[in-house]
Design a protein around this ligand. Structure first.
Ligand code: NAD
Length: 303
């Protein structure tokens, strides 16, 4: 049985990857400090080893030494653009310094492939839509800078890697921080009949990626020969926030109107990522539609 070590495996994206891997007979080792993740996101399984550790503060070499993973998926991070503006040192320590620490351990313990999550934030303000991998990278937030810097370290580390630049991810188990994850924020507010704030005028376009699509693409990537590549992964379909609000309002039968607030520093106006490179490799892969993904999210909380 192959072993995959996942940092941040108890989080939103990580826990869906864990589900997919154990269904496909992998052993999974998770390192997570449970800051935004939860043990309740994880299934009960003897295929999971869980370590409650902090990848920045703790010495985690003993885990690599004991577990000797075949693959590593590094997801633990500071994930919010807005928080990176408030706490740039924390953002850089976690997203850059801790990522280097994980890379060094992967190299020392001969990990066969290292996968990680980067972001559309590395591109900054798009010059053209959809954004291809060749688009210039000019981040306008500290989060975008820390993710891009992490990418640069990976490229020089001489360790087989695949980097995914994800668009806006949504789905069951997303932690709603009030600062990021617009669908999770709308979902919580609509279920609890609370007020909703929209930053800017709501015409900004985003590309929403269903979390289970990531789990599928990660599994395919681990099982493929692909190495040393950086891919966008997205739905390649844009929708503006006002239209998203109406779609969700109808589904959740929510009847309040949103409050409009000024735009936030570091937020990109429009973003759609071109995913044709990765889809040309995994031709059988089909994205979940936003309608179906939202229905699944809605049903996950009311069942
Ligand atoms: N959600 C999105 O829309 C999105 C988009 C692009 C990229 N990403 C990236 O995907 C990855 C996963 O994001 P997510 O949305 O699942 O977020 P998440 O907050 O749900 O997951 C992060 C996990 O890392 C853990 N963690 C945080 N700090 C840690 C530390 N110091 N030590 C150990 N564990 C720690 C948290 O407890 C959590 O379980 C991140 O790298 C994020 O930057 C997410």
């Amino acid at each position: 049985m192959k072993k995959v070590l996942i940092t941040g495996g108890a989080g939103f994206i990580g826990s869906h990857i864990v589900d997919k891997l154990i269904m496909n007979d992998y052993k999974v080792v998770i390192i997570d400090n449970l800051l935004t993740g939860s043990i309740n996101n994880l299934p009960q399984s003897d295929k999971i080893e869980f370590y409650k550790n902090d990848i920045y503060k703790d010495d985690i070499e003993f885990i690599f030494d004991r577990e000797r993973p075949d693959f590593c998926i590094h997801l633990a991070a500071q994930t919010s653009v807005a928080y990176s503006e408030k706490k740039p040192v924390y953002d850089a320590n976690l997203n850059i310094v801790s990522s280097i620490k994980i890379l060094e351990l992967c190299k020392k313990y001969n990990v066969k492939k290292y996968l990680t999550a980067s972001s559309a934030a590395v591109y900054g303000m798009p010059k053209t839509l959809p954004i291809t991998e060749e688009h210039p990278t000019k981040p306008i937030s500290f989060y975008g800078i820390s993710k891009l810097t992490m990418e640069k370290y990976i490229e020089l580390f001489n360790l087989p890697y695949v980097i995914f630049r994800f668009s806006n991810v949504y789905g069951p188990r997303q932690f709603s921080s009030k600062e990021s994850g617009v669908i999770a924020i709308f979902h919580d507010a609509m279920l609890n009949n609370k007020e909703i704030n929209i930053f800017d005028d709501g015409t900004q376009i985003r590309d929403f990626l269903f979390v289970k699509d990531i789990a599928q693409i990660v599994l395919l990537t681990i099982e493929s020969d692909i190495v040393n590549k950086t891919y966008n992964f997205s739905s390649n379909t844009g929708i503006n926030i006002n239209k998203l609000f109406v779609m969700m309002k109808n589904l959740y039968r929510y009847n309040k109107s949103p409050n409009y607030l000024p735009p936030r520093i570091g937020d990109i106006k429009d973003s759609i990522l071109d995913n044709s490179q990765i889809k040309s490799i995994f031709k059988e892969f089909k994205n979940t539609s936003l309608e179906n993904g939202l229905k699944e999210l809605y049903l996950s909380k009311i069942c």
